[in-house]
Design a protein around this ligand. Structure first.
Ligand code: GLN
Length: 464
């Protein structure tokens, strides 16, 4: 039997061997090996558990005592937290061994991991391609089999889209399921942590370790704990037809998710997956999510508004980077912030401050909040007709590094299929379903109703 120390050493060696991927921002073998030894001691005492001794990498947005916590920003380049995020703490308590912190778009703003202060990450399937973002390092680390699991966060797609681009499984739980305590905030009403792994079953085990009420997060939901593996391998709604385990499953297909913007290679891979689901006993139900197109402007008003507020704490006084030379306090704020933040982050702060400002609040922010509510109720309408919703995660496979670098709006448009799920607070996941252009992976998106993660994972597992 392989020991936790051996597994940790293998992961650390794999990080080293795959340096060019640039998937990691910080590694620190000492606490890693100490945790691995502790896990071996637990195993020796006969304390088993599905996660004990397994390596995990944390997205660098989760604060950690033993590693730097940069959120991909120069602002926090050398920041060390005095405490661990709840997610980090919980997975450590479950026996997992952290091997390092993964690269990400600065403050989780991006869809390609090219906005990181620490440079872009390569997609292990094709090094010319982006891994997706903002959790690009986490997805690449799992796809390259450096670690069996990683944490990520998803504000508008940052778990699902990189999972899709790198051919791994990733789930964004219902908003409020996973504690945000110690997760460096981007847009607090949208941010949600979740796992990346090689399968839905592994994601269920990880979610068992991560999820649960946390009094330190004011939006954490008091929902009874559950075993997310409970439905895996069972027939749909207790069905016993072994040949058709998903007999009776109604898959809602929003017609807005299969329109003109969808690339044909992605469409073909998703269509092939849907055929397999039919063979497993599921039926297709056409549904409509009429405000899908508006999810882009709505998200890109609300997320920057919240970001501009959250990021005001980085003032050069309490956290992070401080300019070396300045004349007075105001000058110190200005210089520290202009040096510490990258271009995309500045763009969002400006947009956010604008839409919240007197005279524009009603026109933009309030309108966006109203449409957000309609988007959420459209999903509830759809869920009266179906059990899960399926569709593509992104309109295309991973694009080339640099291809959208100077066009932020082109990057925003690529979030079309993930944003509305985040705005509604629903759980969504990406499951690998084939390959498209240049042999790049394609993910199938599965969306469930609130707190329906166990059944989503059951549906995903039946396909894997
Ligand atoms: N691409 C989206 C953005 O840039 C989503 C990022 C995320 O989910 N963190 O805001």
């Amino acid at each position: 039997q392989v020991s936790a120390v051996e597994l940790a050493q293998e992961s650390l060696a794999a990080i080293e061997a795959a340096r060019e991927l640039n998937a990691f921002i910080d590694v620190n073998p000492e606490p890693t090996l100490a945790a691995a030894k502790a896990a071996d001691a637990r195993l020796a005492r006969g304390e088993s558990g599905p996660l004990v001794g397994l390596p995990i990498a944390h997205k660098d947005v989760f604060v950690t005592r033993d590693w730097r916590s940069t959120a991909g920003s120069k602002m926090l380049d050398s920041y060390r937290s005095p405490f661990d995020a709840t997610v980090v703490e919980r997975l450590a308590a479950a026996g997992m061994v952290c091997v390092g912190k993964t690269n990400m778009d600065e403050f989780a703003m991006g869809s390609s991991n090219e906005n990181s202060h620490f440079g872009p990450v390569q997609n292990p399937w094709d090094r010319r391609a982006v891994p997706g973002g903002s959790s690009g390092g986490a997805a690449a680390a799992v796809a390259a089999r450096i670690v069996p699991a990683a944490t990520g966060t998803d504000t508008g797609g940052s778990i699902r889209q990189p999972a899709s681009f790198t051919g791994v499984t990733g789930i964004k739980p219902t908003y409020g399921r996973v504690s945000r305590y110690g997760m460096i905030a981007f847009a607090s009403s949208l941010d949600q942590g979740g796992p990346f792994a090689q399968s839905a079953h592994d994601c269920a085990l990880l979610l068992n370790g991560m999820a649960g009420f946390d009094p330190r997060d004011s939006t954490s939901l008091e929902h009874p704990d559950e075993d997310f593996t409970r439905a895996i391998g069972k027939g749909w709604n207790g069905g016993t037809n072994a040949a058709k385990p998903l007999d009776g499953l109604r898959i809602g297909l929003p017609n807005e998710y299969f329109g003109d913007g969808l690339a044909s290679d992605v469409r073909d891979a998703v269509e092939a997956a849907l055929k397999q689901y039919e063979a497993l006993g599921a039926v297709r139900v056409p549904v409509s999510l009429p405000k899908t197109e508006l999810s882009i402007p709505v998200y890109y008003v609300i997320a920057p508004a919240e970001a501009s507020s959250n990021l005001s704490r980085f003032d050069g006084v309490r956290f992070g980077h401080r300019a070396a030379q300045y004349t007075d306090l105001l000058d110190m704020y200005k210089k520290s912030r202009s040096e510490g933040f990258g271009e995309e982050v500045k763009r969002r702060i400006l947009v956010g401050a604008y839409v919240l400002s007197h005279g524009y609040y009603d026109a933009y922010y309030l309108q966006a909040q109203k449409i957000r509510r309609i988007i959420a109720s459209d999903f509830q309408q759809a869920f009266t007709q179906c059990d899960v919703i399926m569709g593509p995660v992104a309109p295309t496979v991973a694009w080339d590094l640099g291809a959208k670098g100077d066009d932020p709006v082109a990057m925003y448009l690529a979030d079309i299929y993930t944003l509305s799920i985040s705005l509604a607070g629903l759980p969504g996941m990406s499951v690998p379903c084939g390959f498209g252009a240049n042999g790049r992976p394609v993910g199938l998106q599965i969306v469930g109703n609130y707190f329906d993660e166990s059944r989503m994972l059951q549906v995903a597992d039946a396909f894997q």
